[in-house]
Design a protein around this ligand. Structure first.
Ligand code: AMP
Ligand code: MG
Length: 547
């Protein structure tokens, strides 16, 4: 049953009540089993997909920023978003008509080990909106207080991590990377205690609440938990629900459809990871509870952007020893995570060997998409394995010879002149457009320069065979190689200012990153490589899970 409600509580600004017309259709809570217990205390929740829970009220909520586009997608006007009513609702102080708040139950493999029940420990879903286009969008507050899944933690989030999630999910969307989105970022007006580096130095930080938006927040770990508990009936319910709600094009659930569904999850996951590798995004915590069933980037925690191209790099200090989730491991970790999902749904599949075939789809799709993506990054018409396997292998080696900024490198590579005469130019001349990408130019010894020069010559020959003229090649490259990404130090500068009460940089970055592929001449400084001060600064090169 679908219900439309007009909010009616804005006495001071009656026009708001006319403008806020969110249509809720809370299918998740309606169709899946609820935890019968409604008191908010931590517990193991058996036989249910979620627990009803209310957000915790906060003292003095204050709007930091909201995304006009996400608001538009929800059919919310700027007047509504700038109203006090909006701030109260999206800080968790009141539920709007039609909302039915709950936290979901899931488990997960964390750093390769089964962790048991986790669940929405600091996420509270408000309900599912159906917008005017008929899209289903779940609204979820992150940092709105304890839930039955909070374990020993406080259910809260601090401003720094909330700014990072808010900005990055928007930036990723505009880069063309599948992602959850964020509607709003609101200060709670309360202090949250965090020991940022778990080294015995806790301090108070401003608390914040982000409203995230996605068709669904279901994770691989949601299925794993029920399978691990042997609750096959509940597992089947959740799978059937997910197929009917989020994959309706696959048809009515059946053992056959379970396989096509899993195959599609493999394909979507491969696409997402190829995008991460394309733009230099490192998620940082690819636990199975952080893998979206829709193939969306989810749970922005200690993520980071590659500055100098280093496949071994991870921003997450918790992972500093093993580098399990470093940039270069992301493709194989996604596969490992899919294997865990395959194990979970195994009891529903009659012919298990077909699950293995479905898993192979991940690898095939990943390789094919990665090749197409690399060809695109180089401005080539197609990826020709005869030449391009070697060309890309050597490129990735050359990028690691000396500290090379990945984003700037590809952008500048577009400027290389690939005319016939260029093959006779010296290493020095050939490399000139790339100079800007190097962090420590003195590292470029003659030997390194010769190797880079040789790679450039192979590249030039390859582009000549490809037959793409330079202007078209540049256009192609600049549409796939971003000029602007949310560099770690930029997010940190915005956080530093926000902590002092100035939100202008957050809004500036939000605007800038809506057009990451465009040249924005008056914003050139925001494309600059990491400054030296940011090399070792917490929040820039190192992040902990404390958030
Ligand atoms: P993460 O590594 O951030 O994806 O979180 C792993 C699990 O810990 C999830 O179940 C989260 O809901 C939970 N969690 C993380 N931070 C908090 C917090 N401050 N309060 C309650 N639960 C949390
Ligand atoms: Mg998580």
């Amino acid at each position: 049953m679908m219900q439309t409600f007009f909010h009616s509580l804005c006495v001071a600004k009656p026009e708001i009540s006319r403008l806020v017309a969110l249509t809720f259709d809370n299918r998740f809570v309606r169709e899946l089993p609820a935890d019968p217990e409604t008191a908010n205390h931590r517990r193991h929740v058996i036989g249910a997909c979620y627990s009803r829970v209310l957000p915790t009220k906060v003292a003095r909520p204050q709007m930091v920023a909201y995304s006009r586009e996400v608001a538009r997608q929800l059919d919310l006007t700027p007047e509504v978003c700038e109203s006090d009513y909006f701030v109260q609702v999206f800080a968790g102080n009141r539920l709007s008509a039609g909302m039915d708040s709950y936290a979901t139950c899931y488990g997960g493999h964390q750093f390769g080990h089964w962790a048991g029940q986790l669940g929405d420990g600091r996420a509270i879903n408000l309900g599912e909106v159906i917008n005017r286009q008929g899209e289903r969008l779940t609204l979820q507050l992150k940092g709105a207080g304890r839930t039955p899944y909070s374990r020993t933690a406080d259910g809260l989030a601090v401003l720094r991590s909330s700014v990072r999630e808010f900005l990055c999910s928007d930036a990723m969307h505009h880069l063309g990377v599948p992602t959850t989105r964020a509607l709003s970022l609101i200060l709670s007006g309360e202090q949250v205690i965090r020991d940022m580096f778990y080294d015995g130095h806790p301090k108070g930080e401003p608390g914040a609440v982000v409203c995230r938006v996605a068709p669904s927040f279901t994770r691989f770990g949601s299925f794993e938990l029920f399978a691990t508990r042997g609750d096959i009936e509940l597992l089947r319910k959740l799978v059937d629900y997910t197929i009917r709600t989020d994959f309706p094009h696959l048809g009515e659930p059946s053992p056959e459809v379970y396989l096509t569904w899993f195959t599609e999850v493999c394909r979507r996951t491969a696409e997402m990871i190829v995008h991460w590798q394309r733009v230099g995004f490192v998620h940082g915590v690819m636990n199975t509870d952080n893998m979206s069933i829709l193939g969306l980037t989810i749970d922005y925690g200690p993520y980071g952007w590659l500055e100098n191209y280093d496949p071994h790099w991870t921003p997450n200090t918790t992972d500093a020893t093993h580098h399990r989730y470093c940039f270069g491991h992301q493709p194989e970790i996604a596969f490992w995570n899919l294997e865990q999902l395959a194990n979970a749904i195994c009891p529903l599949i009659e012919r298990v060997e077909l699950l293995q075939q479905a898993l192979n789809v991940y690898e095939e799709n990943f390789i094919r998409s990665w090749q197409t993506m690399m060809a695109g990054k180089l401005g080539l018409h197609t990826f020709d394995p005869a030449t391009d396997d070697e060309l890309t292998t050597e490129l990735l080696a050359v990028l690691q010879l000396v500290e090379t900024d990945m984003t700037i490198f590809y952008r500048q590579l577009a400027l290389i002149d690939t005319g016939r005469e260029s093959l006779h130019a010296s290493d020095e001349t050939l490399m000139r457009p790339l100079r800007e990408a190097y962090y420590v130019p003195e590292q470029l010894t003659g030997e390194h320069a010769a190797r880079i020069g040789n790679w450039l010559r192979s590249y030039i020959k390859r582009t000549q065979n490809d037959g793409t003229p330079d202007d078209l090649r540049r256009k192609r490259m600049n549409a796939i190689n971003p000029k602007y990404v949310l560099r770690n130090y930029l997010a940190q500068l915005a956080i530093d200012e926000a902590e002092l009460g100035d939100f202008s940089m957050i809004n500036e970055l939000l605007e800038l990153l809506r057009h990451p592929y465009d040249e924005q001449p008056d914003k050139e400084e925001l494309a600059a490589k990491r400054p030296d001060w940011a090399r070792q600064r917490a929040g820039c090169s190192m992040l902990s899970c404390s958030s």
